[in-house]
Write a protein that binds this ligand. Sequence first.
Ligand SMILES: C[S@@+](CC[C@H](N)C(=O)[O-])C[C@H]1O[C@@H](n2cnc3c(N)ncnc32)[C@H](O)[C@@H]1O
Length: 260
Amino acid sequence: MNSVRQSFNRAAPSYDQVANLQTQVANMLVALVKKHLPQSFRGLLLDAGCGTGYCLNALQPTYPNASLLALDFAGDMLRQLPHTFSSQRINADLQALPLPAAVLDVYLSSLAWQWCDNQVAAREAARALKPYGEFFAATLVSGTFKELASTLAAAELSPAQHVLNCALPQTIHQCLENADLDILSAHVESITTWHPDFKSLRRSIRGVGANHLAAGAAAPISRQARSRLIEAYEGLRTETGLPLTYEVLLIHARKCRTPS
Ligand SMILES: C[S@@+](CC[C@H](N)C(=O)[O-])C[C@H]1O[C@@H](n2cnc3c(N)ncnc32)[C@H](O)[C@@H]1O
């Protein structure tokens, strides 16, 4: 977990310049929130794994009376939040929220859960939410970086040692249900980004800190293996460039009034 945090601390200064995919996903999640939360909302909303605060920035003008909490375990990410921003900053792990039970009206998280134990993250979200509190999350699921996984295998490298292993959507649904969060809607968006070469593709992954596996740093790759990998990846080139696919699960859930 430390290496994931260090990776995001390193990515923080340049994060906003390379975070196109994250911005796209955050916009989808923000749209989902705006669809369900009235503009008159004046409760407490947490962004868990807020990064540089993109979602909160996008929500603040619509919900001027809401109280916002910006939480991230990478202190350097939190330091990128605009100074004028009126949210409280919390440097902590979303798997151990430093919040009392039943205080949140809304829990939001965009692209942070894929490095977490989903069951622990779901229990913490549910614990901190009030009865009927709203839950919105976007996280990566299985199939993410499928091109990288298949070309690693073609280059005789182990995908498990180099590619983030994302959960199945059903596994995440189960984690929410186990935590007494009722799923109201859930769907997977497949987003493919295109890159001029392998170097820029790897840079896009590194730039957003996603080069780290949940269990630690990816294994090193020898020069020969890297050549084999690039050759295999070049086989996927189209006139748009080299593809890299993200499978994004978007979920809206609600905390049950009485836990089962
Ligand atoms: C890909 S970034 C997304 C940032 C932001 N939500 C956005 O949409 O731009 C993931 C963020 O989650 C944070 N993160 C990952 N695991 C976390 C954890 N267990 N607790 C708190 N923050 C975490 C990282 O430090 C990073 O800032």
